[in-house]
Design a protein around this ligand. Structure first.
Ligand code: DGY
Length: 323
């Protein structure tokens, strides 16, 4: 048996950049599938582990940690950590690493893709060709709203929200609104106006959700706020599905009370194939790929591994969640 401490990888397809690094320092125990480990398997696999390399599909709570008396570090290959029960983790004096910053640009870029795909009806247009609906050039065919001259509201304008705002400047948006706990000079220097969530929902032509999922943001976009939006507005979500009351979203999209939605996130994930969301032509839906850029994912894996190694070497992590 090896004298090296052991680390669990919760899937067998984490990028080599991270796995290789871990092998230099640890005995690496890899869960055998790329479908992710079940709660029961994770609970028993944490027994005797020094660290775990995980992702957002691994829910880690008190139950899962009941055998994890040797666990010193949980490193998630994500910026979000709503899948981790921080209170329990803190009590157990386990440290948490994550991967902010490196995926900001990738996620902001994907947000731009959703803005354009929804407003310019790209998927609907593509389908229309296949369905033989393109009979001739027509003045009203597949028309959508302009970003130019619009009001864009960014909910939770942190790193990703700010990057989206900056990417939108060349599109000649006329007004930016944003919400966040406090005013942010780096956002206001672009002329963005700090406002409350209700006003943002009422006044924006494009509403972009980029905030973390916390008890405060859970179902923030509730039925009342969805119904208060302009019927010509478009909602984009690249953060977490649970920010939105999804049943209410389905209703407003179906009833024409909201023009469209672009969703990289939803619940549950993966989305069942019979979800009503998949039946709506005005909803562009993609499978949680915000950070899915080759270099970004490699860098996320490297940082996740390095976070674990740094705990082992008594060094500060590259990015640690303050507990
Ligand atoms: C994250 O990092 O939290 C994203 O949701 C996936 O990259």
């Amino acid at each position: 048996a090896s004298s090296k401490p052991s680390v669990l990888l919760t899937r067998n397809d984490y990028p080599e950049e991270g796995v290789k690094l871990l092998r230099e320092h640890f005995q690496v125990d890899t869960w055998k599938s790329a479908l992710g480990i079940s709660k029961e398997e994770l609970t028993s696999a944490l027994n005797g582990k020094f660290g775990v390399f995980c992702s957002l599909s691994d829910k880690i709570d008190a139950d899962v940690l009941k055998n994890a008396s040797d666990l010193k570090v949980i490193a998630t290959m994500s910026v979000g950590y709503d899948h981790l029960d921080l209170k329990e983790i803190k009590q157990r004096k386990i440290r948490v690493g994550y991967t902010p910053n490196v995926l900001t640009e990738a996620t902001a870029e994907l947000t731009m893709a959703l803005l354009l795909a929804t407003s310019r009806r790209i998927l609907e247009s593509h389908k229309a060709i296949h369905k033989g609906e393109w009979k001739s050039w027509a003045p009203n065919f597949m028309c959508g709203p302009a970003l130019q001259g619009s009001t864009v509201g960014i909910v939770g304008c942190g790193r990703i929200g700010l990057s989206v705002l900056e990417k939108l400047i060349p599109f000649k948006v006329s007004k930016f609104l944003y919400t966040s706990r406090s005013k942010k000079p780096e956002v206001e220097k672009h002329g963005a106006i700090h406002t409350d969530i209700d006003a943002l929902c009422r006044e924006s032509d494009f509403i972009i959700l980029t905030s973390a999922l916390t008890p405060d943001t859970h179902q923030l976009i509730n039925r009342i706020r969805l119904e208060s939006m302009k019927s010509t507005a478009i909602l984009i979500n690249t953060s977490r599905g649970q920010l939105v009351d999804q049943d209410a979203l389905i209703d407003v999209l179906r009833d024409g009370k909201l023009r469209g939605a672009g969703l990289d996130v939803m619940y549950p994930e993966p989305l069942p194939l019979d979800s009503p969301l998949l039946k709506l032509d005005n909803c562009v839906i993609i499978p949680h790929i915000g950070s899915a850029q080759i270099e970004t994912r490699q860098e996320m894996a490297r940082i996740t591994a390095q976070n674990i190694i740094n705990v082992f070497q008594n060094k500060p992590m590259i990015y640690e969640v303050p507990l």
